[in-house]
Design a protein around this ligand. Structure first.
Ligand code: NAD
Length: 410
């Protein structure tokens, strides 16, 4: 299912619960602004490439809009529009004073040299610099972009508008970035697992965990959970699934990926087929790699009692129904992986105050923000007798609706 349809589906599920009138739904769904721009730049061989870049600004009723920049061949207006609205709901559910946006270029960045990606980025900024800024719309890294792209973006934007590092987040720590940003999403996922297990009356030591993906999010979530006494029995990456029924040595695997391209070649575990991980006999499953991995085809075979969606959109709506029917608890992506945007917010706050927080302070504030958000969603789910996903969307919709009403409509 296309990302846009899935987001609409969850939006309407929550709006039905809230008995939201059609005119309000239309107002909240329709993006404020959608921009498509020409991104033309010189290749290393002197030829000119012309690409299309996008920025969709979905909603700013709760604050400046926030959302990543994605460089990927699948980027088009439909995808960016869906991801922009997801950012509105994600920032609202964790109560950050932000709205939602998203942008990107339909391109495979790996097909270009580093200098070409820099020229591409600067050409994109030339086209959109007057619609983004610290008080309007603050981009961040996403698939295919990294801290280096953020640095080029900021440098180009400042040529037009002057010094202001708060224009973009996810910057290198040496260049106004926040300490703790790299671990933030995985740490937030770990915090959610601790809270959920406690609420369900389970013990971390008895919660066997499988994690799909051992990149930024998956590896930090695994590290946090193993330090919190969860037996992480399986993790996977593109090279395969690594399994130990007694619990993997996550500290060793974490060190391994620092010195290698991924887990390929790691031999202190049993190796299984990639797709086995999703249906392993565990208590907790954490998809932390790709979207649409839990589908109608495999949802009935999932054995975990809980799923925490670290990746964006890992469960499609058909699978979501099957999991609900089977009483499998799904902690949705808009809450589970909001740790990243939360620390991005802390970066923006520090940039605006020209003050740097310690790593301890970042972690404390992150843990508090995520825990408060979890409690809110849990309460809503209990009161309305709805799954956690619907509860999370209900909270987000209520907050955005309230801010829209308070500001007035004209
Ligand atoms: P990443 O590129 O660092 O890691 C992705 C991992 O998934 C890698 O280990 C890769 O080998 C693995 N992988 C790819 N295909 C796989 C497959 N078929 N089976 C098993 N593993 C596979 O990416 P990331 O930053 O960790 O992001 C992971 C997910 O989390 C994405 O859906 C992303 O949108 C989402 N997310 C990330 C952040 C963040 O702060 N990085 C924030 C919010 C959401």
């Amino acid at each position: 299912m296309r990302a846009f349809e899935a987001t609409q589906h969850y939006f309407h599920q929550a709006a039905d619960q809230l008995q939201m009138p059609d005119w309000m739904r239309k107002l909240l769904i329709t993006p404020k602004r959608e921009v498509s721009v020409q991104v033309a730049f010189e290749r290393d061989n002197g030829s000119i490439d012309t690409l299309v870049g996008y920025r969709v600004q979905h909603d700013n009723s709760r604050g400046p809009m926030k959302g990543g920049l994605r460089y990927h061949p699948g980027v088009d207006l439909d995808e960016v529009r869906a991801l922009a609205s997801l950012m509105t709901w994600k920032t609202a559910v964790v109560d950050l004073p932000y709205g939602g946006a998203k942008g990107g270029i339909g391109v495979d960045p790996k097909a270009y040299s580093r200098k070409e990606v820099e020229r591409m980025t600067r050409a994109f900024v030339d086209q959109i610099h007057d619609i983004v800024g610290p008080d309007t719309d603050i981009p961040a890294p996403d698939m295919g972009t990294n801290f280096e792209v953020m640095s080029w973006f900021r440098n180009q934007w400042e040529k037009y508008h002057g010094f202001n590092p708060a224009v973009i987040t996810g910057k290198p720590v040496e260049e106004y970035g926040a300490r703790g940003r790299e671990e933030a999403t995985g740490r937030g996922v770990g915090t959610m697992a601790v809270k959920l297990v406690k609420r369900l009356g389970m013990r971390p030591e008895a919660t066997r965990t499988a994690i799909q993906g051992f990149g930024n999010v998956g590896s930090h979530a695994a590290k946090f959970l193993s330090e919190a006494a969860f037996p992480v029995v399986a993790v996977s990456d593109v090279s395969g699934t690594y399994y130990n029924p007694k619990g993997l040595d996550i500290a060793e695997m974490f060190r391994y990926i620092l010195n290698h391209q991924g887990l390929s070649g790691y031999n202190n575990a049993e190796i299984l087929n990639g797709e086995d991980l999703l249906t392993l006999d565990v208590e907790l499953l954490i998809p932390a790699a790709l979207g649409d991995v839990i589908t109608k085809a495999n949802a009935k075979d999932v054995k975990a009692k809980m799923i925490i969606e670290a990746a964006n959109g890992p469960t499609d709506p058909d699978a979501d129904l099957i999991l609900n029917d089977r009483d499998i608890i799904v902690l949705p992506d808009i809450l589970a992986n909001a740790g990243g945007v939360t620390v991005s917010y802390f970066e923006w706050v520090q940039n605006r105050q020209h003050y740097r927080w310690s790593l301890d302070r970042v972690r404390q504030e992150l843990d508090r923000t995520m825990s408060d958000a979890f409690e809110g969603v849990w309460q809503q789910s209990q009161e309305s007798k709805v799954p956690l996903r619907t509860a999370a969307f209900m909270i987000a919709l209520k907050r955005v609706q309230k801010a829209t009403e308070l500001a007035g409509y004209s």
